[in-house]
Structure formats: C-alpha cells, structure tokens
Unconditional design. Structure first.
Length: 288
C-alpha cells in the first residue's frame, strides 16, 4: 500500500461466479470510491474467488457510507464475504518467543520505524531471557514457563492474555513450543509461525549444524499459519539463499536467522495489509 496515502482496503471472497469483479468495481465507481490498485484471483482448484482493492473515497465518509448501503444487497447473490478496512486500523498483535531474539528484535525494529502498521500490547515467553528487550520498548512481558505437565494450564493463561489484550494476530517469533490442537483451532487463520526450511528436513537440536554436515547448498525459511499439523499450515511466504562449501555452521546459522527474520516480517505485513486469503490449506497472497 502506498506510504502516507489515506487508502481504504476492500477485501472479499466468494464462490467462482460470472460478474464478481464487475459487481465490486461498479459499486465502487457509482459511490465515488476511486480504485488505486486491485488484485483478484479465481482459483480453479477450489472454485473460489478472491479480490483486494485499495481505494480512495472521493467524498470521504459519504462515499464509504453510500458503498456500504448498496453493496450488501449486491454481494448477497454471490455469497460474497467482504470487509472494508480503514487506513487507521492497527491490528493488535501478540508476539510469542522463547530464547532466540533475532525475529523478535527485527519485528520490534520494523514496528518502531513504522514499517508494520500494528500495535504490540504484549510479548509472551516460556523463558525470562528476552524481558530486557521488551522493557526497552515499553511492552509488557509475560513469563509463562511450561512443562509437559503444566502445558494445559500454561495455554489456558496464554489464551486468557490473548483475549484480555484483544489481539487479532499472534506471531510465533521462534516460540519453541508446539501449540495444542485446541489452541491451534482457536487461533485458526490468525497465528503465524516461522521455521527453517532445509533439505533434507533436519529436526531436533542444531539443524544448521546438521545441514552443514550434509553439505547443503540452500538455506531458507517458511512463514505459515498455525494449524494442528506441526509446521504444515498454509504457507504465506518463503525465503531462500544459496550457500556453498565455504560456509561453516556459524555462517549457516547467521544466514538462516537473517532469512527467518525477513520472511516472518514479510508474512506479518502481508497479513495485516489484508493480502492473504485462505483457500483450504493453501493461500492466495497478493504481493505489493
């Protein structure tokens, strides 16, 4: 979205039908809402349609109210689920972390610089290590330790905090815990995770060291929505970078953490800018 431009975002999804683009653009034109940018996609596999429009109301709130008053009836025959998002809207985002600080630090920097139009009302961790970083940014930090025995109680408190702080999105910024199926279901479509993408798949401790021992030629990261299948939720963004025999384990770790940070930040931005549409276990992502 254009920086410093007062643009609203219209998003919609519906079954694939003739006239979907026309019903949106015609209504916007009739109510004097100027289309600045538009992306649409018809998914043959799922027979579903998605559209995202950045628009400028030529007569301010009057244009928007006129659109709202007529579009509901016009959208109904298409079974269209739609939303108008104000340029002033800043989603409230909870960040979950463990001990690694690179993704958290990157998100906080981008937030502080205004790259990510969101608010961060709290940071939650199963370790106390990153509290000084949260304190420096003036963000409440909740230490919720967890063991196999206390996991249900810990997740109950975590869910309570998410609701208390009215968070629309949860970001797992290297939160080294697997969410229970119950919590994953509650956060369906609004929790983003990041993990390394290495081939073959290296699990357990020190994956980059395992990768070095196998002589990998690519390191990367995947950001995806959380579901009850470990690291198999709908993918939002991925990043990759070539490496060679001259890169030692510490080099792979550094490159991997950099890619993880960038990939997670891009996924968060795409989500808060309403660029991501879920089509079953796949995503449609409209890049900027």
């Amino acid at each position: 979205m254009a920086i410093n431009e007062d643009l609203w975002i219209f998003t919609a999804q519906c079954p694939s039908r003739l006239g979907t683009v026309d019903v949106v653009t015609r209504a916007l034109a009739e109510t004097e809402n100027y289309v600045v940018a538009m992306n649409s996609y018809d998914d043959r596999a799922t027979k579903s349609f998605s559209i995202r429009v950045e628009l400028r109301p030529l007569k301010g709130e009057d244009s928007l109210e006129r659109f709202r008053s007529i579009f509901g009836d016009r959208a109904a025959p298409f079974d269209m689920q739609w939303e108008l998002t104000s340029p002033d809207h800043r989603p409230r985002v909870a960040i979950l972390v463990s001990k690694f600080d690179h993704c958290l630090n990157d998100l906080l920097y981008r937030f502080r610089k205004g790259e990510l139009a969101m608010d961060i009302p709290l940071i939650v961790s199963n370790h106390p290590d990153l509290k000084p970083l949260a304190d420096w940014h003036g963000i409440p930090y909740f230490h919720l330790p967890i063991t196999a025995e206390t996991k249900p109680q810990q997740e109950t408190e975590l869910w309570r905090l998410i609701r208390e702080y009215r968070c629309e999105l949860v970001v797992l910024a290297r939160y080294m815990q697997v969410l229970s199926p119950e919590l994953a279901a509650r956060l369906d479509g609004r929790a983003i995770n990041i993990h390394h993408s290495l081939l073959p798949g290296f699990k357990g401790a020190k994956p980059y060291h395992q990768a070095w021992e196998k002589g990998v030629k690519l390191v990367g990261a995947t950001a995806h929505y959380v579901n009850d299948d470990l690291d198999e939720g709908p993918i939002i963004t991925q990043g990759v970078q070539p490496v060679d025999h001259g890169h030692y384990p510490e080099d792979l770790v550094a490159k991997g953490q950099d890619i993880e940070s960038q990939t997670l930040a891009r996924a968060v931005r795409y989500h808060i800018e309403k660029r991501v549409f879920l089509h079953g276990n796949r995503t449609v992502v409209f890049p900027d």
